[in-house]
Write a protein that binds this ligand. Structure first.
Ligand code: SAH
Ligand code: SF4
Ligand code: F3S
Length: 450
C-alpha cells in the first residue's frame, strides 16, 4: 500500500505532513512517487485565503478525472485547515470524492481511520470531533502534552519543531484561531527532545514554529519563556542554525532582541508581520500595536543588531482601508527596508470578526492596484539592498542543489537571503563562505571564498 501527501499553506502544515508521513510509514505504508500510484492520497489544506481554499476543489476534480482515466480509486483524505473548517460538509460538497476528513488536532488518528475507511468502503466515512464543525478545541483524543508522534522529515537540512499550536489572538481578518484551535504550549522537555532528534538525524537547521512564537511560556518550567527556550536550543549539539516563525511585534521584548543578537546559532533575521502601515487599520485589524510602535521596535532592533534582515506580511484592501491608509503602508515598507515581504489581497474568511462586522468594501480591482504598487515598491527596495550586498561575504548553509544545473547549489545567509553559487552536491548541509557577485530580483549569485 502506498501513500501520497500534498501540502498547501504554512510550515505548520508542512510539518503536519511530515508527521502524517511518519505515522503512515510506521503503519506499513510506503511513499508513492505520484498520486497516480497511491492507494491513499492526503491533501493537507490551507484556508487562510479564499484562493488557497479553491485549490482544494480544483485538486479534487483532477483526482476524480485521474481515477476515471486510469481506472483507479484511491482513498481521498482531506486534512488541515479546510478540513477543520468545513468538517463533514466536505464529503457532501465534494460529491463523494472525499472519503475521510481529518481535523488539525487528529493527525495521529490518520492510520487508524484510513484503515477503517478502507475496510468500510463504500460508503464514505468521516470522523469529526464536533457535529457543528466550528471550533474543534475540546478534542477527547488530544493528549494534554500532545506528543506529536513519529516524524518523517522531508527536508535533508531543515527541521521543523512546533513549540505552540493554535492561537488566541483573533486578529479580525484571520481564520487560524478557528482552524487550529486555542493556543497550546508544548513542554520544554518535548521541544528539546525533538530538536535533539532532528540533530541526530543530521539536520543542521531547526525552525521553531508557532503562530506567535514569542508568546511561548513553558508549561513545565516557569522560568522558560521564548528567549530562554532559544538559549536552551542553542546548547543542543549538532544544530548550526536556529530560526523561528513568526514572532509578533507586540511580544518582541528587549530580552528577545538581546537573545537574537547574542546567541551565535540564532539567525540574524526577524520575520515581523506588520499587516498594515496605518494605525487606524491596525486598530480595525485588532493587531494591538500602532505604526509608531512598530517603527520604534524596528529602530531598536536595528540599533542592537546592525546586520539584521527583516521581512514581513502585509494585507492590502482590508475593509475600510482608504488610499491614505494604503499610502501609509507604502511609506512604512520603504522606511523599514525589508529584505522580503509576503503580500496578500484581503480575503474574507468564515467566522472572523471582519466577516461578521466589516463589509469587504474595497473592490477587487482596487486591491489588485494596491498589491501591484506594493510589490513594485518592494522590488526596488529589495533590488537596492541586494545591489549593496555585492562584494560582501556571508556564511551560507547549503540547503539544496539547483534545479537548473547539477553543479549549482543554493543556500541561505543568516539574514535569510537566498544565494546561488557553484559547488559540488556533497556540500549539502554544510556551512560555506560565499562572496556575493551579482544580484537578481529574489536572490543573489556568488562564489565560494577559497
Ligand atoms: N500568526 C501569524 C500569521 C499567520 S497567517 C501572525 O500573526 O503574523 C499568515 C499571513 O496570512 C498573515 O500574516 C496575513 O498577512 C495573511 N492573511 C491572514 N488572513 C488573511 C486574510 N483573511 N486575507 C488576506 N491575507 C490574510
Ligand atoms: Fe491569525 Fe492574528 Fe493569530 Fe496570527 S496572531 S494566527 S494573524 S489571529
Ligand atoms: Fe493555512 Fe492553516 Fe497555516 S490556514 S497558513 S495552513 S495554519
Amino acid at each position: 500500500m502506498k501513500y501520497f501527501i500534498e501540502t498547501y499553506g504554512c510550515q505548520m502544515n508542512v510539518h503536519d505532513s511530515e508527521r502524517m508521513a511518519g505515522l503512515l510509514e510506521q503503519s506499513g505504508y510506503d511513499p508513492a512517487d505520484s498520486d497516480r500510484d497511491a492507494d491513499i492520497v492526503v491533501i493537507n489544506t490551507c484556508s487562510v485565503r479564499e484562493r488557497a481554499e479553491d485549490k482544494l476543489y480544483t485538486r479534487l476534480g483532477e483526482i476524480k478525472e485521474m481515477g476515471r482515466d486510469h481506472g483507479r480509486d484511491p482513498l481521498v483524505v482531506v486534512a488541515g485547515c479546510v478540513a477543520q473548517q468545513e468538517g463533514p460538509k466536505l464529503i457532501k460538497r465534494s460529491k463523494g470524492i472525499v472519503d475521510l476528513v481529518i481535523g488539525t488536532q487528529q493527525v495521529k488518528m490518520l492510520p487508524m481511520l484510513a484503515q477503517q475507511a478502507l475496510s468500510e468502503r463504500p460508503p464514505a466515512g468521516s470522523l469529526w470531533p464536533k457535529a457543528d464543525g466550528r471550533i474543534a478545541i475540546d478534542n477527547p483524543y488530544e493528549d494534554p502534552s500532545f506528543p506529536l508522534g513519529v516524524v518523517r522529515r522531508g527536508d535533508p537540512v531543515r527541521s521543523y519543531v512546533t513549540i505552540i499550536e493554535g492561537c488566541n489572538d483573533f486578529c479580525a481578518f484571520c481564520v487560524v484561531p478557528y482552524t487550529r484551535g486555542h493556543e497550546r504550549m508544548r513542554s520544554r522537555a518535548e521541544i528539546l527532545a525533538d530538536v535533539r532528534e532532528a540533530a541526530d538525524s543530521g539536520r543542521r537547521e531547526v525552525q521553531l514554529l508557532g503562530q506567535i512564537v514569542n508568546h511561548y511560556q513553558a508549561p513545565d518550567d516557569p522560568s522558560c519563556d521564548f528567549p530562554a527556550l532559544l538559549e536552551a536550543v542553542q546548547e543542543v549539539p549538532g544544530i548550526d542554525r536556529i530560526r523561528f516563525a513568526s514572532p509578533h511585534p507586540r511580544h518582541t521584548s528587549a530580552r528577545l532582541i538581546a537573545a537574537v543578537r547574542d546567541l551565535p546559532k540564532v539567525c540574524k533575521h526577524l520575520h515581523l508581520p506588520v499587516q498594515s502601515g496605518s494605525s487606524r487599520v491596525l486598530a480595525l485589524m485588532r493587531r494591538r500595536h500602532t505604526r509608531e510602535e512598530y517603527l520604534d521596535l524596528v529602530a531598536r532592533i536595528r540599533a542592537a543588531i546592525p546586520n539584521v534582515q527583516l521581512s514581513t506580511d502585509i494585507i492590502v484592501g482590508f475593509p475600510g482601508e482608504t488610499d491614505a491608509d494604503f499610502d501609509e503602508t507604502l511609506s512604512l515598507t520603504e522606511a523599514v527596508g525589508y529584505h522580503g515581504i509576503y503580500s496578500f489581497k484581503y480575503s474574507e474568511r468564515p467566522n472572523t470578526l471582519a466577516a461578521k462586522r466589516m463589509p469587504d468594501d474595497v473592490t477587487d480591482a482596487e486591491k489588485k492596484r494596491r498589491i501591484v504598487a506594493l510589490q513594485s515598491l518592494q522590488r526596488s527596495v529589495q533590488s537596492n539592498l541586494f545591489q549593496r550586498s555585492i562584494g560582501t561575504t556571508h556564511e551560507v548553509l547549503v540547503d539544496a542543489t539547483s534545479r537548473r544545473h547539477e553543479w549549482e547549489l543554493t543556500g541561505r545567509t543568516s539574514g535569510n537571503t537566498v544565494v546561488n553559487f557553484p559547488g559540488p552536491p556533497e556540500w549539502l548541509g554544510k556551512l560555506v563562505d560565499v562572496t556575493i557577485r551579482r544580484a537578481g530580483p529574489n536572490s543573489v549569485w556568488g562564489e565560494t571564498v577559497m
